[in-house]
Design a protein around this ligand. Sequence first.
Ligand SMILES: Nc1ncnc2c1ncn2[C@@H]1O[C@H](COP(=O)(O)OP(=O)(O)OP(=O)(O)O)[C@@H](O)[C@H]1O
Length: 225
Amino acid sequence: MIELENVSHSYGGSDLLCDMSLRLAPASFHFLTGPSGAGKTTFLKICYAELQPSQGRMRLFGADLAGLDRDGVARMRRRIGVVHQDCRFLDHLPLSENITLPLMAAGRDIAAEERNLSELMTWVGLKAQAGALPPQLSGGERQRAALARAVILSPDVILADEPTGNVDWEMSLRILQLLIELNRMGKTILIATHDLNLIRAAKTQVAARVLRIKDRQLHLAGADL
Ligand SMILES: Nc1ncnc2c1ncn2[C@@H]1O[C@H](COP(=O)(O)OP(=O)(O)OP(=O)(O)O)[C@@H](O)[C@H]1O
């Protein structure tokens, strides 16, 4: 699904990520952890081709990114749903319109997707909030809405950057459960998080691999987590 080969990244000449290789297999479940500022968001941006690494090779769904034109990259990116750390809603648009924005961007007929939207809003428990504006939502509602938007195009891979960052434990477990359900439907999941308890909770239900960024390197964490 996503393959990084000897990928490194620097900002302004200062090394952040060094020589990282990773292969996310279909229907796999991964966590990415590491201290604040270690480069987790940067790593995710490379994975969904928002950022081109300073060095190394990237393959999305078997295609080498270096050989794709802009349209080709955009096509590959549509197969990846992203839950951003800050949710990134347009505050003047109702929630339902925020969630359908990726459909518009992909040139799909929104009217034909009404049932899809309705099922998705029910799935994330936000049917009653469809007409609300993003600033009127709680943190947990925003995170679930961001997840709904990330999956509206039925992506093969979901990348989530701190999807439980600002919510209590009960809501964290609810969001985790949604991601586990997506994985059981065959989606590949990569979650960046600081929350080791969340990782422990997931490991009771799925065979999750835990990656850690430490000293600019990517490590596979042991079972001692
Ligand atoms: N566009 C940028 N230009 C320059 N430096 C950047 C840029 N984006 C991030 N950085 C720096 O790279 C480092 C890693 O940032 P990043 O957001 O990837 O870390 P993170 O592990 O996700 O952090 P956190 O857990 O706090 O969200 C930070 O020192 C940050 O200031």
